[in-house]
Ligand binder design. Structure first.
Ligand code: ADP
Ligand code: NI
Length: 215
């Protein structure tokens, strides 16, 4: 197995499957998560190959793309085997992919450092300037309004409610995005999350001031 070649081919595979995806998991989300995973892996001394490979493949098995988890994970497993990724590394990547989804209801941290790094990278891409842009893109794609001051955010949700509720996009900040800073696994991601969190708070502050006609 040539590691650089496997990463290049994984990139092509993800690009082919996810280009044009409109659920917030388009190819460029993958490219950003991979770049973040590499950055965090270097700071945390994690295995960059595993982190990058899992980042590149992390959304291919998602039920939103693959239909259901079993089909999606089998597809990724077949791909890894076909590209001569050794069994131990293949299992590691599959384990990471299976355990990082927030919406999947996984409350416990991934078992390995590499899993923690990839989960942090995926979560970081949901906050900050990028998170704001993605939230409103998602809201638009799902026909949601920006904000409704009469609808308050929900404190806790089941996975089903999380998927199905149709509240305004601003509420998503309180239901998920502002909570992510405290859910980072690694020190370096916690450090990156601070700046991104600050950007969202400043955005919300400005948003309400403009909403009220105050600025
Ligand atoms: P993931 O698989 O990364 O957990 P989701 O499908 O939950 O992804 O979300 C994909 C992107 O869409 C993220 O940036 C997320 O914040 C955004 N998103 C998900 N649900 C909503 C929502 N109800 N309102 C606005 N943005 C949302
Ligand atoms: Ni993702």
């Amino acid at each position: 197995m040539n590691r650089d070649q496997v990463l290049n081919e994984a990139e092509a595979f993800a690009r082919e499957i996810l280009t044009g995806e409109s659920s917030g998991h388009d190819w460029w989300h993958i490219a950003r998560v991979r770049a973040l995973a590499r950055t965090i892996a270097a700071a945390e001394q994690a295995d960059s190959f595993i982190c990058e490979l899992a980042a590149l493949l992390h959304d291919i098995a998602d039920p939103k793309i693959a239909g259901d988890w079993d089909t999606g994970l089998a597809r990724v497993g077949d791909w890894l085997a076909a590209h001569d990724v050794p069994a131990a590394e293949r299992d590691h990547v599959l384990e990471i992919i299976a355990t990082i989804s927030f919406a999947g209801g996984n409350k416990s941290a991934p078992r390995t450092l590499e899993g923690r790094v990839v989960q942090d990278a995926d979560r970081l891409d949901a906050i900050g300037a990028m998170g704001i842009a993605r939230a409103f893109a998602y809201g638009g794609a799902h026909g949601r309004i920006l904000h409704d001051p009469t609808i308050s955010p929900r404190a806790s949700m089941t996975a089903e409610e999380y998927r199905s509720h149709a509240t305004p996009t601003i509420n998503h900040f309180y239901e998920k995005l502002l909570l992510l800073k405290d859910r980072m696994n690694t020190d370096y991601a916690r450090h990156l999350a601070e700046q991104r969190h600050h950007v969202m708070e400043a955005f919300l502050d400005e948003f309400y001031a403009e909403w009220d006609g105050a600025r």
